[in-house]
Design a protein around this ligand. Structure first.
Ligand code: CA
Length: 710
């Protein structure tokens, strides 16, 4: 992304000199990423490494390293850093294997660094077509990679699974995960999750539940890239028959012609292999469209959307499921990170699966049987009174289904918890949950019609600004904070400070610490795992959302985190996206942050009629809000804030981008197939109207309110 290269002074010099080194001399190369099945099984007992996304198969993100601990953490400092090539949001958990740090970044790129020197060994760019961004709901992000047998695996935004030679970064194989040609209009998939390796196979699923796809998880041979099995999560067209008994059973919980827009149930984050039960667990996303009234006229449970499912990892055969949100109509994906743990329940040890769900309940399930043991609200919840442990079903508040009138939902579609990594410390018995308290007005769209372009939600996604203008007394906003949760009692033990928008991922250590990114607060923190006392923090100049890792090299413990995203000014702001590596007595410093003022909120005068503005709002909600937020403000720094873009000042310039695709390479596709000239005028009129309202409501400069879901 050429236009994003805005390196800060020293960083730029470093990057240039490193590029020089890279060209001058090939990396010294002993075998790289020699992660074997045996090493993966015993990853927790090899704490010098961070070989897999969640740290080990349990995905507890707990390290036995303790040189950095409650006493020494005060001397923790920056050891080295490396600049990324874009100011887009960074959500990748790095891996550390045998002296090399690997990390995925925006646009599904992958970097490898020599962990001793910080020297970049290689960078891989899968060259995702820019216009694919129109099929991506929540940022051009990638959350992680997998390492196995000399290869690094990454899923791409255009739904490929790619294996790289860990030594050189060159492609070993690349497989389209969509079962058809890549240009098929029903290929509306994107991959943002980390692949998981189980017994020589690569497990991956894909996003797309906001657009209209059928969810699945699949296993590929790690050596050849050949598909071994695929488990669809929702039934397809009954006329074509069902793949298995599970799909046949699931079809009985649907009515109408759901399969025409896919049904949803995408597997886009959590996947945990448990060697104890030999099961693979994964979560499934929302039903498509979000509004169930437009998906299933009879309002059945719609298996297996919003569910936790266990399958056999060798064959993909269904074993059990637990549906966290039956008849989902709230975008309550069940994909939040999960972990297995041994927890004492009523004096007895239980091997359990834990998930703080997007719907606001923390679930504890028996890992072998899927039996529900606990379900407790861990944040503000108003859509259900609780969960009946006998039936396993939530006690839904009828009004929450927004069938007759709008409902101010909590947790809103941002979720009580997103994709941000949780951690568990066996020493404290606590789960560290990046928690969200968020509201979102659910306003059904009775005129909804399925579309091949843009969202298929069947509700007004641009509703919040007008809804809260009309209902100023209603709760609104979106804050994040870390909390320590006791899974055995179902109670919060401590809470960290709050920041606007989502808060970052967590990682726990035997040093009695929890490391956590402070989201838009732009700091990286260490808390006392037991008491919640904040013991250390580092100003990162940009948001910290990704999960951190820790590892040991030549006797020294390090902590590494990928940072980037959500600085005031968003898309237009300077680039501070980096890999930061910390060690005790680390003495490196970041280049000073650049003075920066976002462009002023200075919209042209309103000239359109109210009808035109309303029509523009409808188009905006459907085609633009996914990337540009509800009123034109950017989401997660991903795309320009339309309220301040210079393009707003001429219809001609606006049309060049919206209709003629002048910026498709950067991720802004032409919408000419669904928006005509009159529509483009209405869109511009709507954004001008929003900008005028925003200018009245808040003093510039604008610090964009954050909105995020997936
Ligand atoms: Ca979703």
């Amino acid at each position: 992304m050429k236009h994003h290269i805005r390196l800060a002074g020293l960083g730029a010099l470093l990057a240039v000199s490193l590029l020089g080194c890279q060209k001058a001399k090939a990396p010294v190369a002993p075998p790289a990423a020699q992660v074997t099945a045996e090493r993966l099984l015993k990853a927790a007992d090899e704490p010098s490494q961070w070989m897999t996304y969640g740290g080990s198969y349990s995905e507890q993100r707990f390290s036995k390293l303790a040189k950095i601990n409650r006493d020494t953490v005060k001397t923790l400092g920056l050891s080295w850093f490396a600049d990324y090539d874009t100011n887009l949001q960074q959500t990748g958990t790095p891996l550390f294997v045998d002296g090399v740090l690997y990390v995925s970044t925006a646009w599904s790129k992958v970097y490898a660094f020599d962990a001793k020197t910080g020297k970049q060994l290689w960078q891989y760019n899968p060259k995702v077509p820019g216009e694919w961004a129109a099929k991506v709901c929540c940022g051009l992000v990638n959350r992680g990679i997998a390492a196995y047998n000399g290869k690094i695996y990454v899923g791409t935004l255009d739904a490929r699974l790619v294996a790289l030679d860990a030594k050189t970064g060159s492609e070993a194989w690349s497989t389209l995960t969509f079962e058809g040609s890549k240009d098929d209009p029903t290929n509306r998939y994107s991959i943002t999750m980390a692949p998981r390796i189980v017994k020589g196979k690569v497990m991956i699923g894909a996003s797309g539940g906001e657009f209209g796809v059928r969810g699945w998880i699949a296993a590929y041979d790690a050596e050849t890239g050949k598909q071994v099995w695929r488990f669809y999560t929702v039934p397809g067209d009954p006329a074509k028959g069902f793949e298995n008994e599970a799909m046949k059973k699931a079809a009985g919980t649907w009515s109408g012609d759901w399969y025409k827009v896919g049904g949803g149930g995408t597997v886009w984050d959590a996947a945990v292999y448990d060697p104890t039960t030999d099961l693979l667990y994964f979560g499934t996303g929302n039903g498509t469209p979000w509004n169930q009234a437009a998906r299933d006229p009879k309002g059945g449970d719609n298996l297996y959307v919003a569910s936790i499912i266990a399958v056999k990892p060798d064959t993909g055969e269904y074993v059990w499921h637990y549906q966290t949100t039956p008849a989902d109509t709230w975008d309550y994906d069940a994909v939040s990170p999960m972990m297995t743990a041994d927890v004492t329940f009523d004096g007895k040890p239980r091997h359990v699966l834990l998930q703080p769900n997007k719907n606001g309940f923390f679930y504890v399930l028996d890992a072998a049987s899927g039996e529900l043991l606990r379900a407790d609200a861990f944040t503000e919840v108003n859509w259900a009174k609780g969960v009946d442990l006998k039936t396993g079903r939530p006690t839904v508040v009828k009004e929450a289904r927004y069938e007759k009138k709008p409902f101010n939902l909590s947790p809103g579609v941002q979720g009580g918890h997103g994709w941000h990594s949780n951690a568990f410390s066996p020493d404290t018995g606590l789960v560290y949950v990046p928690t969200q308290r968020a509201y979102f007005p659910m306003v059904g769209d009775p005129k909804y019609k399925p579309s091949d372009v843009g969202y298929n939600l069947a509700l007004d996604f641009a509703a919040p600004m007008t809804y809260y203008q009309k209902n100023p007394a209603e709760k609104q906003g979106f804050v994040g904070f870390l909390q320590a949760w006791d899974p055995a009692t179902g109670k919060m033990v401590w809470q960290g400070e709050e920041n606007q928008g989502p808060t970052g991922g967590a990682m726990a250590t035997a040093g009695g610490l929890v490391f956590q990114g402070g989201g838009a607060a732009s700091e990286f923190r260490a808390y006392d795992a037991k008491s919640g006392e904040k013991l250390w923090s580092f100003p990162t100049q940009t948001a910290v959302l990704a999960g951190a890792i820790t590892y040991e090299l030549e006797g020294q413990q390090y902590v590494a985190a990928s940072v980037g995203g959500q600085v005031p000014g968003g898309y237009f702001a300077p680039n501070y996206s980096r890999l930061l590596v910390f060690a005790l007595d680390g003495k490196a410093t970041l280049p000073a942050a650049q003075a920066y003022t976002p462009p002023p909120l200075d919209p042209p005068a309103a000239t359109a009629t109210a009808e035109v503005v309303t029509a523009g709002g409808a188009l905006y909600g459907k085609y633009c809000s996914a990337c540009h937020g509800q009123s034109g403000q950017t989401r997660g720094s991903t795309f320009p804030n339309l309220m301040i873009t210079p393009l707003l000042h001429t219809q001609e310039g606006f049309n060049q981008v919206v209709l003629q695709g002048a910026r498709s390479e950067r991720g802004m596709a032409s919408f000419a197939s669904v928006v005509d000239a009159a529509g483009a005028e209405a869109l511009r009129a709507y954004i001008i109207d929003r900008a005028i309202e925003a200018k009245k409501a808040m003093p510039p400069p604008v610090s964009a309110p954050k909105q995020q879901h997936e």
